[in-house]
Design a protein. Structure first.
Length: 259
């Protein structure tokens, strides 16, 4: 009996988890890799699914591709995980594996303050006054700790992970201004949080509507704050979720093309 085709998804987003569920009734073996144990806990068990919690460099990815020989590799990482995306692409080219990028559409940044990266966001916020609500997670907190009076000015919202809380504490962020919660957040919830923090600026990545961007934007307006948006890398391209569904169905229907 012919083995089922193997598909590898590198996940870490809500639409990545939707994609995993889409495969539940498909005739494939699914391997999903995430960067953290917390990310693995968010994935619901299903048949023919293996979840791996591991950060991989280029050598590890190439070895993984050589060992498991997936017919298709789907990059469902966050739009800002640019290094990971580049690493996956290069590994797939070297090992001649089909690659598909699941990339959520960008948000509408009209009337927002646009900055190119975290450093530019920090520079801007260091030269204005008023409270800041930070929604960009814990990865680059050390940069925001350079903002004058950050302990009094910044309220931050991070994932409910001990590592995130410890990092914020070690950098000196005020416990009373640290919120550990898992989204998605409604517009009403965002509005309440922004108002309670007295935020004049709300910092976010261009995470697209799937990532709650529109709810943040509308909440910032209601709270009387300006949205500071860290823009995506220019030239990033990919398919939205519906398009990926369509392509997967076509490939599975023509198994000879999939493998």
């Amino acid at each position: 009996m012919k083995n089922k085709p193997v598909i590898w998804i590198i996940s870490g987003t809500s639409e990545g988890r939707k994609l995993i569920k889409y495969f539940a009734n498909k005739n494939v073996e699914l391997i999903v890799s995430v960067a953290t144990d917390y990310g693995a806990e968010l994935i619901e068990p299903q048949e023919h699914l293996t979840v791996i919690s591991e950060r991989m460099n280029s050598e590890a990815m190439e070895a993984f591709l050589e060992q498991h020989k997936p017919c298709l590799v789907i990059d469902a990482t966050h739009p800002f995980a640019t290094i990971v995306t580049d690493t996956i692409k290069n590994a797939c080219v070297k090992k001649a594996r089909k690659y598909l990028r699941l990339l959520r559409p960008a948000g509408d940044v009209k009337d927002c303050i646009e900055v190119s990266d975290y450093n530019e966001a920090v520079e801007f916020l260091s030269n204005v006054t008023g409270n800041i609500f930070l929604t960009t997670g814990s990865k680059n907190l050390e940069l925001f700790a350079q903002i004058p009076n950050f302990q009094e000015r910044i309220t931050l919202r991070v994932l409910p992970m001990l590592s995130s809380l410890e990092k914020a504490h070690d950098l000196g962020f005020a416990p009373a201004r640290t919120i550990c919660m898992q989204g998605p957040f409604s517009e009403a919830m965002n509005t309440l949080m922004f108002q309670e923090a007295g935020a004049k600026y709300v910092v976010t990545k261009d995470s697209g509507d799937v990532g709650g961007f529109q709810e943040k934007k509308e909440a910032a307006v209601k709270a009387g704050a300006q949205l500071v948006v860290i823009m995506r890398r220019p030239g990033d391209t990919g398919e939205d979720l519906d398009s990926v569904y369509c392509q997967i169905d076509k490939l599975i229907a023509k198994e000879e093309d999939l493998c």
